[in-house]
Write a protein that binds this ligand. Structure first.
Ligand code: DHB
Length: 408
């Protein structure tokens, strides 16, 4: 046994929002957890991800009692703007469905959760290497790894949660003859920038024109986040600052439509697009959560929100499973512990995953130009856009999906 060896109820692979939120909510229910993470705290904190939190996600952060700054540093958005060929339409979320979203970047969500977990004395191993999960089809699953100093470590648990992101190692522990991988790809990507300038507009603008899609988002009073549709093979260095802003301005419909606030670009990245679902999200004593089980294209910012909805479904089922383990260990002749609660988790989570897959796919195809798009396809998209923006029912469909449906 090494000095890093120990026993907990739940071993968690991955300290992104899914892994940390699971760890914290389990602790609230008296269930112990330990987390291992390949990256360092600093590396995750500086990685830009999406910035929009659905109402149910904000509720979870607030209810988790982690001192999140979402309500103080985040910004409530009661609506968003959809723009087609320079003509803008506001979708009033509050009026349509009585909910808002919050602009609060994912790396800040991570920071809140990591700070709370550490403050509360939670076990976490950052910058680990050679993480392996063993025995998920036995009653003694465990995680082995080398810690940041190169010392071997081991976590023995009753259950493993795989929250290790879109290139998940845990997912591959579900045998191929048990697992169905649903997948689709897209012929475009997003070019994302951060620039030092105040917000262009009070709310986000999702814009579409004959040269494709652009999104004007925000980070704070002096930094903006923007994206535009590009070829997946684009080299960010091929685009000058001027060319980037001119292109986005063109998608917005020229400065008469909205005058883009420009400023020094401090980050440029190309984000790939894919849609993926792993079904089931559990196998034996392994349960997947977040990007490990599914990825969505970024349009509509469903990724983090889906990770949180997984956790919301997962935590009570883990509690049920761990209670079963504890009851069985108190009996004279141990009985096999049913993993049925975990299968129920998978079914519940997948219902919402497919709703979000549909929304992300639909809004992506509504607002992006296909590389080989003809006049008919372009006009048809315009018709679809008008059907959404031109009717209170269409607007309500968008608002209901974007703000995160009701969870009851
Ligand atoms: C952001 C990203 C998104 O994908 C989106 O739909 C909205 C906002 C963002 O990074 O701010």
């Amino acid at each position: 046994m090494s000095e890093n060896s120990n026993r907990v109820d739940v071993g968690i692979v991955g300290a992104g929002p899914a892994g940390l939120m699971t760890a914290l909510l389990l602790k609230r229910r008296g269930i112990s957890a330990a987390v291992v993470e390949r990256r360092s705290h600093a590396e995750i904190h500086r990685t830009q991800r999406a910035g929009i939190l659905e109402a149910p996600t904000v509720d979870m952060l607030v209810d988790a009692d982690v001192d999140s700054r979402v309500l103080t540093a985040g910004h409530e958005h009661e609506g968003t703007v959809l723009s087609f060929d320079g003509v803008q339409h506001r979708i009033d979320f509050q009026k349509l469905v009585g909910r808002s979203v919050w602009l609060y970047p994912q790396n800040e969500v991570f920071h809140d959760l990591a700070t709370a977990w550490i403050r509360e004395g939670g076990q976490i191993h950052w910058s680990v290497t050679d993480v392996e999960v063993h025995g998920v089809d036995s009653h003694e699953p465990r995680i082995t790894f080398f810690d940041a100093d190169g010392k071997p470590g081991q976590i023995d648990a009753e259950l493993i949660v795989g929250a290790d992101g879109s290139r998940s190692m845990c997912r591959r522990l579900i045998p191929e003859d048990v697992r169905t991988d649903y997948f689709t790809s897209y012929p475009f990507a997003w070019f994302g920038i951060l620039c030092e300038a105040p917000p262009t507009a009070p709310e986000l603008i999702y814009a579409n024109s004959e040269v494709g899609f652009a999104l004007i988002s925000q980070r704070n009073a002096s930094v903006q986040r923007m994206y535009f549709q590009c070829d997946p093979d684009t080299d960010p260095e091929d685009w000058s600052e001027q060319a980037i802003f001119d292109h986005i301005q063109h998608v917005l419909g020229g400065p008469e439509a909205v005058a883009l606030k420009r400023g020094p670009i401090i980050e440029k990245t190309v984000l790939p697009f894919r849609s993926y679902v792993c079904d089931p999200m559990t196998y034996g004593r392994l349960a997947l959560a977040g990007d490990a089980a599914h990825t969505v294209p970024p349009t509509g910012a469903k990724g983090l929100n889906l990770a949180f909805s997984d956790v919301r479904a997962l935590v009570p089922r883990v509690e049920e499973f761990i209670n079963g383990v504890k009851e069985a260990s108190g009996t004279m002749s141990p009985v096999p512990v049913s993993t049925e609660p975990l299968q129920r988790y998978s079914r519940t989570a997948l219902d919402r995953v497919w709703k979000a897959q549909n929304f992300s796919y639909w809004v992506t195809n509504l607002l992006h130009r296909q590389p080989d798009e003809g006049e008919f396809a372009q006009r048809r998209r315009r018709g679809e856009f008008d059907a959404i923006t031109g009717s209170v029912h269409g607007q309500a469909y968008f608002a209901d999906s974007y703000t995160g449906w009701s969870t009851s």
